[in-house]
Design a protein around this ligand. Sequence first.
Ligand code: GH3
Ligand code: MG
Ligand code: MG
Ligand code: MG
Length: 322
Amino acid sequence: REVTGLSLGIANHADPAREAAALLNASILVVEDDPAMTELIRSQLAYQTGLCFVTGDVEAKQAVRDNLWDLVIVSLTLPGQNGLRLCAHLRSSERLRQVPVLVLSKVGDDRSLLRALDLGVNDYVTKPPDRAELQARVNTQLRRKSFQDRLRETMQMSVEMAVIDPLTGLYNRRYLESHLAGRANHDGASPRPTALMILDLDHFKSINDRFGHAAGDTVLKQFAHRIRLNIRGVDLAARVGGEEFVIVLPETSGMEAQMIAQRLVRVIGQEAFVIGDGRELQVTVSIGVTEARPGEAAEEVLQRADAALYRAKGDGRNRSEV
Ligand code: GH3
Ligand code: MG
Ligand code: MG
Ligand code: MG
């Protein structure tokens, strides 16, 4: 197997069944207005399960808007310049550029073909297509598309792995730090303050000691879930340590954040956590809240929140302090 630097990560995820399916169950849009040519292509690509035919550029534009195709085959002999115009449309957005385009060109019409290639279409076949050639060119495009889809997924996965805590699905400490560093530059932009809170589960060590580490992990997951359900979409929640979390609340004062934190304390403490086998367990959290001052370094803000958390612990836990 060929292993290049780029394909290394993807090669690990290579899946022959997926490969084969990509070549046979592709969604292919054919834009052709000549009925005889349509029938010929239909028979030559009969082994493909996802063929769809339209006769004009208007239907084609709608089809590519509504679906992400694996391949679009465009006849350059549509009336007027509609074939070329469609090719231009298919290269006009980031989303559409993911879809390979194969054009069917008339023998002798080199002008249209050159313009299509110039627009960025991926390949061409002259009409009437030769069965083996059409199949080979279609397969080549589908194989490349499948590889690129896999590459995109892999890259997206590694980006996520770099910033997401796998246990809870919340952001990790690294992401929080870069977010806070970036936020400092925007401070002057908003007249409203930003609040920050640190949450630390109470006596979490004893949960592990009594019920085991797996139960502790279950609690952490459910805790994160409850937190996420009770904050806004614009708030950023991160797991920054074993049982320590930070929430950044844009456009929120320290007073408002304190009310939110008190609600979170209730949301965690009110209802028991289920840790498997129907066992239930009471969990509480302590929270330190602070308001970020304009231009203040993230480190100072975190330290002030941590001091408030320390007081909340000292005052008996299961509470929030500013
Ligand atoms: P306090 O109320 O003062 O915060 O008490 P605590 O027991 O929560 O504090 P401490 O910091 O002493 O203990 C935290 C415990 O969290 C220790 C460690 O075993 C546990 N822990 C850290 N990371 C994980 C994890 O990923 N999973 C589980 N299950 N436990 C973890
Ligand atoms: Mg702790
Ligand atoms: Mg602790
Ligand atoms: Mg703790």
